[in-house]
Design a protein around this ligand. Structure first.
Ligand SMILES: Cc1ncc(COP(=O)(O)O)c(C=O)c1O
Length: 401
């Protein structure tokens, strides 16, 4: 039919995170106080010096097209920040600046994957990884991780999933949704298997600066330089600098892949907004105090959230190393009474929690982890305490019902 939608859409699911956000927004519009545990962005404003730099850039004429893959100034700032924060020495010609890290990942999907290709994605995964792979007609291959072993991919499980059709592995550290991060030893163990392969290894380090309790974020690129051109890093300013709305992320690839990305971006979005690039450069070069203030606030909230969740009957929660998510095992709530029926899935638990405690979370199933709920602690300490008290009270009511 001439007016039908493209076939490729049939394989792709809409964003689950956004669906919950829409339901929570409906309640908020009715005047209900909703505990905002579903959000995936810092609740802090962009640091004032970054906003000031953007205003100044506008006054100086940052209103036009820039080079397709980013300004030389932003690329220079990324080179310096990557060495400072990730111990990874790169050159400007390896960088493609895009409209957020999500766009950088999508451009990579367009540049690298074809129908028949397999892309290994450890579960629990960020929802967009498998969907982007499907959008370009390739096949996501889900690798299991276990909570008992810290939600990190083991070399054995990786080896089990590699086939002659493997085109890439996507790692996320620290992870959305689990908050789990790969230690140096975990990465070195994986690197031993990766070295034997001939597929791309894409590491999403967007939460790399948000680690807690003395955990040290390690970059695979710095630890295993012999992976060479197969190693790709995705990074950005959205989370570290509270800049989600500015939409600046980037990939670090071989110059050959960067050229392919330039072609794709040059025929689709062209450059990300000039003013946002100037702001991102100011964020990367600017004072670190605001980053540390946000990080230490997240660290306090992490403890409050995880310890609070552990007090809710039927809920277990691992202490995550990074990001701003607690990933709670809520299988102990299955079977609780909900009106005339009983809670049978994590999706039902998430909707019940929104209704009964006005807490907006995201169910684990869309992340490939049935029986779990993701609680974002990118909200105030009062919101964490209030929502968890309401959660515990709802469980007690349901038990008596
Ligand atoms: C793991 C992960 N990667 C990438 C992104 C995308 O970040 P950006 O806002 O830069 O597109 C997100 C955002 O939620 C994320 O959680």
């Amino acid at each position: 039919m001439p007016t039908s939608l493209a076939q490729r859409l049939s394989a792709v699911a809409p964003s689950a995170t956004l669906a919950m956000a829409a339901k929570a927004a409906q309640l908020t519009a009715q005047g209900v106080k909703v505990y905002p545990y579903s959000v995936g962005e810092p609740d802090f404003p962009t640091p004032p010096h970054v906003v000031a730099a953007a205003k100044e850039a506008l006054d100086k004429g940052a209103t036009r097209y820039t080079a397709v893959t980013g300004t030389p100034d932003l690329k220079a700032a990324i080179v310096d920040a990557t060495l400072r924060d990730r111990k990874h020495k790169i050159e400007p010609k390896q960088i493609t600046v895009s409209v957020g890290a999500k766009h950088a990942l999508f451009n990579l999907a367009c540049a690298l994957y074809e129908p028949g290709d397999e892309v290994i994605i450890p579960a629990p995964y960020w929802v967009s990884y498998p969907e982007q792979v499907r959008l370009v007609g390739a096949t996501p291959v889900i690798a299991e991780t276990k909570e008992e072993t810290g939600f990190v991919l083991t070399p054995e499980e990786l080896e089990r999933r590699v086939t002659p059709r493997t085109k890439a592995l996507i790692l996320c550290t620290p992870s959305n949704p689990t908050g789990a991060a790969y230690s140096k030893d975990a990465l070195l163990a994986l690197a031993a298997v990766l070295k034997k392969g001939d597929y791309y290894v894409i590491v999403d380090e967007i939460y790399g600066d948000l680690v807690y309790g003395g955990f040290e974020h390690c970059s695979l690129a710095a630890l295993a330089p012999d992976l060479g051109e197969r190693l790709i890093v995705v990074d950005g300013v959205s989370k570290t600098y509270a800049m989600t709305g500015w939409r600046i992320g980037w990939s670090i690839t071989s110059p050959r892949v960067a050229e392919a990305l330039a072609t794709i971006q040059g025929q689709s979005t062209t450059n990300p907004a000039a003013v946002a690039q100037a702001a991102a450069a100011a964020a990367l070069r600017g004072p670190r105090e605001s980053v540390e203030q946000m990080r230490s606030a997240f660290e306090r909230r992490r403890t409050l959230m995880v310890e609070g969740l552990r007090k809710v009957p039927g809920v277990k929660c691992r202490m995550p190393e990074g990001a701003f998510y607690a990933f709670a095992d809520v299988r102990g709530l299955l079977g609780l009474r909900d009106g005339d029926s009983r809670l049978e899935t994590d999706e039902q638990i998430a909707m019940w929690l929104l209704r009964e405690a006005h807490a907006a979370t995201v169910a684990g199933s869309p992340f490939g982890a049935p029986g779990y709920l993701r609680f974002s602690y990118a909200c105030s300490e009062a919101d964490i305490q209030g929502g968890l008290a309401a959660f515990a009270a709802a469980v007690e009511r349901a038990k008596k019902a």
